[in-house]
Design a protein. Sequence first.
Length: 253
Amino acid sequence: MQDIAFVLAGFFVGFVVGLTGVGGGSLMTPLLIFFFGTDLLFAAFTKMGGSVALARARIIDWSVVLLMACGSIPASLITLYVLNQVGPADPAVQKVMTTTLGVALLLTAAATLYKAVLGKAGPRHAIPSAADARPRHKALPVLFGAVIGALVTLTSVGAGAIGVLVLMLLYPALPLPRIVAADIAHAVPLTLVAGLGHASIGSVEWGLLAKLLLGSLPGIWIGSQLMRKTPERVIRSILSMLLAYAGTKLIAL
């Protein structure tokens, strides 16, 4: 019965990630609180499955993903090296970081819900547009990617929730479905690097990971299919609730 519960939990999280780009660490971390590396690898393999479906639909802006990864991957590797040399970060420092991020996510959730209820629906064109994929400044995705890389490696939370927040701020012209797609694709190499780094120090429960992936891979495929057909107001409403949940959880850590 417990095995079935893990599979169903994986399916639910995968579905939510495919629909909104948020949820891998935010929803799964409470379940995997004692299996830190498992959480990161779960996100990596789950979002890899979603990225394949989104890439085939041609709604991933790879230039956006590349710029973010140029900052996040080196930052994750540096953070793993530091953790290996000096041990985990001071709990007080982690508390300040997670609380600050939690407040930011709560504010973003409120703004996202406001736009979902009172704002105009954004464009949903799937064919990439060079104008849409231009950031406010090319250095900013690399810089914020580095911040995300370090935070995800330290806490396992944020590749989806914080990634969506950053992309919405840096790429205001990018339609929401393509923000979600870029966020999912960017999380794959980041969580894979961070997860394998933690696996190297023996903090991965491989049996549990397999059960979760058994549910999450079909879940994210179904979610990513529905994401392209669901009205943007609905996605923004769901996204606002998930951001609020993630923010609350970060504050409570």
